[in-house]
Design a protein around this ligand. Sequence first.
Ligand SMILES: *[C@@H]1O[C@H](CO)[C@@H](O)[C@H](O)[C@H]1NC(C)=O
Ligand SMILES: *[C@@H]1O[C@H](CO)[C@@H](O)[C@H](O)[C@H]1NC(C)=O
Ligand SMILES: *[C@@H]1O[C@H](CO)[C@@H](O)[C@H](O)[C@H]1NC(C)=O
Length: 416
Amino acid sequence: MQPYLVDQRRSGVLHRWVPLVLLVFGAKLSLEMARGEIVICNYEKFHLFDSMYRPRTDNFCVFNDVYLGSDVKGADFLASSLDYRRVAFANSKFPQVPPSLFKNFDDIRELYVRRCSLESLKITRLLEKVYAGGNRIASVQLDGNASNSLRELYLDGNRLQGLANLTNLPALEVLVLENNPLLGNVDFGQFGRMERLWKLDLERIGMSRISNGLKRPLAELRRLDLSNNALTYVHVRMFRTFPKLEHLWLHGNRLYYMEADQVRTVMPSIRSIVIDDNRWGCGHLAALGKQLRDRGIIIRHGDCRAERAVHRVCCSDETDVVDMRYLIEMGIRHETHFQQEVRELRAENDMLRRDLERLGSRLGELMANLSRPAEPVVVQSGTEETVDGQESGEHPEGNDATASFEEYDEEAGNEK
Ligand SMILES: *[C@@H]1O[C@H](CO)[C@@H](O)[C@H](O)[C@H]1NC(C)=O
Ligand SMILES: *[C@@H]1O[C@H](CO)[C@@H](O)[C@H](O)[C@H]1NC(C)=O
Ligand SMILES: *[C@@H]1O[C@H](CO)[C@@H](O)[C@H](O)[C@H]1NC(C)=O
């Protein structure tokens, strides 16, 4: 390992730090750092995985072996190169990302802090991708409670208990919340502002029922993972707000009943619904499997090794237990069915009315434009979200040289 390689040719920024750098050069930072310690990152090729779990390699400034106690203000973070935009911590440990990192790297767009024992996470305004899986994060804070930049957020394997602070993310495309067992029942309505979301991973979050309070459809959502939860009953209409949904993961739940006769109407784009590893009774599973497969929908990802299987999905013949439960459930459903439909119609009506209002105002604009064609009409787009946070402190002097940054290249392999 070459800990703090300072490349003099590209580090005009740093020359004045060099004496200080040399002081810590070679020092083992695996000891808890003393106040005022300076840590330099190393510009290198860094390996990570993209939103489709494909390996990705990119230039990151990497901090190695940074160990901080509860007083994370102790260290000062600097770069050995000019690329301040992607920062990673490897083999490091601290309860929160030290504030001085954001101060010194004030143009940071990607932050990689997997397995750093983080307990809380702050997301600054320019961050576009945050990899924060495998920590102990219980609280997340957004600068100004919102971000118009964040496109990918990975919070898998943490201790989140709620998403209240994570709702105002209009640019978010990928949200991975897998393995946050304390999260429990999450209402899809909480993702309502994420209009560009195409991947939502809610595997293993302790969900026992689906609630969908979305007022408008999430028109881009293509992948929804609800696997390894405790769902018992699914009606495809619960997914009516995801018109482009292609893949739905439901395996590893306790499903014994799924109502799917409207599947093609509700989910016209659906290609696979993974239903393995549930509590299916064989009778219902045979009908359900046929229904889905007749419509060209793939239903499993593994082979059942148990004795009883239908469509190679495990099931049980102890239908007296299972079917009793679902008959009772269905009885309850039928009573609430009517109310449910009224609620849905009402929501759809609201949606249509809002669309109509929008069209009306555009028409008004058009008329106004037509009646005075010579004058340029300035129309303010009132829909843009604004953030009311403040700029993060003063710029450290070292960052003056950031003007010569190469353009940040959009991630190439972002398959949609
Ligand atoms: C939500 O954000 C507020 C500050 O904006 C913070 O005090 C609180 O701890 C956060 N809560 C969670 C659960 O993340
Ligand atoms: C941010 O959101 C949290 C949770 O909804 C709320 O408690 C807090 O007051 C909000 N802070 C601001 C600055 O709006
Ligand atoms: C009206 O004109 C303005 C300025 O030329 C333009 O930005 C706006 O889109 C027009 N509105 C419509 C509805 O065409």
